[in-house]
Design a protein around this ligand. Structure first.
Ligand SMILES: Nc1ncnc2c1ncn2[C@@H]1O[C@H](COP(=O)(O)OP(=O)(O)O)[C@@H](O)[C@H]1O
Ligand SMILES: [Mg+2]
Length: 302
């Protein structure tokens, strides 16, 4: 039985050279699952590209000061698909996600290199306003973070900022539609002017999703959106993700492999800043081709 601990030990021992005889035997035992690693182990296993890419990353490197966090990652987000990003803590999932709407720009020592596109358009040119980009590529965070405003004003915030409504009734319409799409309307329609922070955790997260939807994004990035929620609220969010896919392209970071299996069509496995393997979710979970992917999956489920 492979455990995640063993797999992390084996990764750590790999970089320790030279080894004495006793040590190398020990490492061989520990690293046994990696023995069949393909020769091209630095290349991503599986096909990171899709026919109809909504977003594309090519040869993306990310640095925090001197420290490199993402290594040469190339990956597409397909239109109307849910792409799950999985991997051990600290492997760069959030960092990669933040490349897609330039949220890394606001981290002072963070530097991003490579090519990032939305509908074929370079998102890092001077002509691309990051505020507009973040409306097109919205983000939902791990901890629900409603503004200290009413439910209505939370959802109306973006449309007001971007001047999306000509008058109050248009704004009302956007707020109602967004709350409906986020599956929250029924629960809040009679108390739109109460504080958003007074809602339950699961409701707050759906409010944040409504706020993201209100500016008509094309892509929604979700960074562990359900990890602070109870199982019932999580199930509601997961159902919602399936519905949202009809209208949006979604990338979701999740620590739960069961969740990845339930909500996504494609899965990308990251390890130490590298994209190790990517493929159709069912295939990755039932027949992982890279030993690191297999170790991760069997270690957590088995
Ligand atoms: N703001 C930051 N400043 C410096 N290092 C960071 C920062 N954010 C993340 N890192 C580092 O980058 C690596 C990837 O982190 P992260 O993207 O948060 O991983 P994950 O989301 O997979 O847990 C880690 O080594 C982490 O310590
Ligand atoms: Mg993270």
């Amino acid at each position: 039985m492979v455990t995640i601990m063993k797999h992390e030990e084996s990764a750590a021992t790999k970089v320790r050279v030279p080894l004495d005889e006793e040590e190398s035997q020990a490492v061989e035992t520990l690293a046994a699952p990696s023995a069949e690693a393909p020769a091209q182990s630095d290349e991503t296993v599986g096909d990171p590209f899709v026919e109809r890419a909504k977003m594309s990353a090519r040869h993306v490197d990310v640095f925090y000061g001197e420290k490199q966090a993402i290594f040469d990652v190339s990956l597409d987000l397909g239109e109307h698909e849910v792409l799950a990003l999985i991997g051990p803590s600290g492997c760069g999932k959030s960092t990669f996600l933040r490349c897609l709407n330039r949220m890394n720009d606001i981290i002072p020592e963070c530097r991003v290199e490579g090519d990032l596109r939305l509908d074929g358009e370079d998102i890092r040119t001077r002509g691309m306003d990051p505020v507009l980009l973040r409306a097109r590529v919205g983000m939902v965070f791990q901890k629900p973070n409603p503004f200290p405003k009413s439910i209505y004003d939370n959802v109306a915030y973006g449309p007001r900022l971007h001047g999306l409504a000509a008058n109050r009734s248009e704004l009302d319409e956007i707020v109602a539609t967004s709350l409906k799409r986020a599956g929250l309307w029924g629960e809040v329609k009679d108390r739109l002017h109460e504080a958003g922070t007074g809602l339950s955790g699961g409701q707050q997260q759906r409010l944040c999703i409504a706020r993201t939807i209100a500016v008509s994004p094309e892509v929604i990035l979700m960074d562990e959106p359900a990890s602070a929620l109870d199982p019932i609220a999580t199930a509601v969010i997961e159902e919602l993700i399936e519905e949202l896919r009809q209208n949006y392209t979604i990338a979701i970071v999740t620590h739960s492999m069961q969740q990845a299996a339930r909500v996504s069509q494609r899965t990308a496995y990251f390890h130490l800043g590298k994209l190790i393997e990517v493929g159709e979710t069912d295939r990755v979970f039932t027949n992982p081709r890279h030993p690191l992917t297999e170790n991760y999956i069997t270690g957590r489920i088995g």
